[in-house]
Ligand binder design. Structure first.
Ligand SMILES: [Zn+2]
Length: 120
């Protein structure tokens, strides 16, 4: 490689020195240690809260269906989610894991989806 002088009059190869590369790699490592855990966990809690809101919405719509039709919707919710008067945007799934919701037709609540692992 071509040699060049520096202000101290010492000749060295052009390009980055080992110390410069080490300093940059170390800084990148420190930044990654701070940023990656935050990026990895962000989004879980909002998704869990979105799931709870969705459950509430499903329960309200299921109650409305029961009042209008005299019978609860199917436990699989296939009938009510196919009806655009109740779900104009079509079937909804859990924003956390993409699973389908199921209704307990006895007490008209959505089964499961507590997502306690996502809420500290
Ligand atoms: Zn869920």
């Amino acid at each position: 490689m071509k040699k060049q002088s520096n202000p101290w009059g010492v000749y060295r190869r052009s390009g980055l020195s080992l110390m410069e590369v080490l300093a940059v790699v170390t800084l990148m490592g420190i930044i990654a240690m701070i940023a990656v855990p935050r990026l990895a966990t962000s989004g879980d809690k909002p998704k869990a809260n979105s799931c709870f809101a969705t459950k509430g919405m499903i329960e309200v719509q299921a109650e409305l269906w029961l009042r209008n039709k005299g019978v609860p919707p199917a436990a699989s919710l296939n009938d009510i989610m196919a009806d655009n008067k109740y779900f104009p945007d079509g079937a909804v799934v859990c924003p956390v894991d993409g699973s389908a919701y199921r209704l307990n037709t006895t007490n008209m609540t959505v089964n499961g989806h507590t997502h306690t692992d996502l809420l500290d």
